[in-house]
Design a protein around this ligand. Structure first.
Ligand code: HPA
Length: 262
């Protein structure tokens, strides 16, 4: 079974891997961000999607998250690794750090459509732990095997963007427990859950968040820092993909069980 990989700013394909196939899809929710590229990494099949389009043209608040996730599901993908650039908030999050996320604080405030269930059926999926525990374990173990230092947990605060944050917003986010800040983890993670897919979030810290490093933030700094982390990221993925189980034993595959009202 192919594994889905979503690449964010600075990750538009997997360096050095020639796609076996490019798949263009339409969905009931409109067009996904780009073509899906089927690649083989370390003997495992991956289906890659560039979240912001190729070339990078879709800002985080305009990404069609529903189409992207639906497209993966329709290609038979059950497990997704979602990679994104973030600003570091807590003291151990430095540019270059790789973080296997375990929690999310959603500050998009309803500005994005965050469900497939808007009509007819009312569904409340459990989101206590927004990421798949099994996939997280695989990534953490893979990091150990590949000798890569990763942060084994991190809370991601998701803002609507596209502007960056103020220094006081970052201070507030740090006080409510956020470790990193980005603009794309939501609604991606919850839509994956509604489709009963496993999802893990890997963040690449590309800069200190506003007011932390002291300097002005630039978009070029984000893309450049992501590029310097690509080698590590690729070796993490190459080690993780061969450890994916044939059959899922986690609760993600039953996310809709007991989630519907009536
Ligand atoms: N804030 C929000 N999103 C980001 C940042 C940031 O500092 N860096 C990379 N993505």
């Amino acid at each position: 079974m192919a594994i889905g990989l979503i690449g964010g700013s600075g990750l538009y394909d997997i360096d050095g891997l020639k796609p076996l196939e490019e798949i263009s899809l339409s969905t009931p929710y409109g067009a996904p961000s780009s073509v899906y590229k089927r690649v083989v990494l370390n003997g495992a099949e991956l289906i890659f999607l560039a979240r912001h389009g190729i070339p990078h043209s879709i800002p985080p608040h305009k990404v069609n998250y529903r189409a992207n996730l639906w497209g993966f599901k329709s290609l038979g993908v059950e497990e997704i690794i979602s990679v994104g650039a973030v600003g570091g908030i807590s003291c151990e999050m430095h540019p270059g750090s790789l973080v296997i996320l375990n929690q999310i604080i959603d500050m998009t405030m309803g500005a994005r459509t965050a469900t497939f269930y808007e009509e007819d059926k009312v569904v409340h999926v459990d989101f206590t732990n927004p990421y798949c525990a099994g996939l997280r374990d695989i990534l953490i173990e893979a990091a150990g095997t590949a000798g890569l230092p990763v942060k084994e947990r991190g809370t991601y605060v998701c803002t609507n963007g596209p502007r960056l944050e103020t220094a006081k917003e970052i201070l507030f986010f740090s006080q409510i427990g956020a470790d990193v800040v980005g603009m794309t983890a939501m609604p991606e993670a919850v839509l994956a859950r509604e489709l009963e897919m496993c999802c893990a979030g890997v963040s690449v810290v590309t800069n200190y968040a506003a007011g932390i490093g002291g300097s002005r933030l630039t978009a070029t700094e984000v893309v450049d820092a992501m590029k310097s982390s690509l080698e590590g990221l690729k070796s993490l993925l190459a080690t993780a993909v061969v450890q994916m189980p044939e059959h899922r034993s986690c609760v993600c595959k039953e996310a809709l069980k007991e989630a519907g009202m009536g």
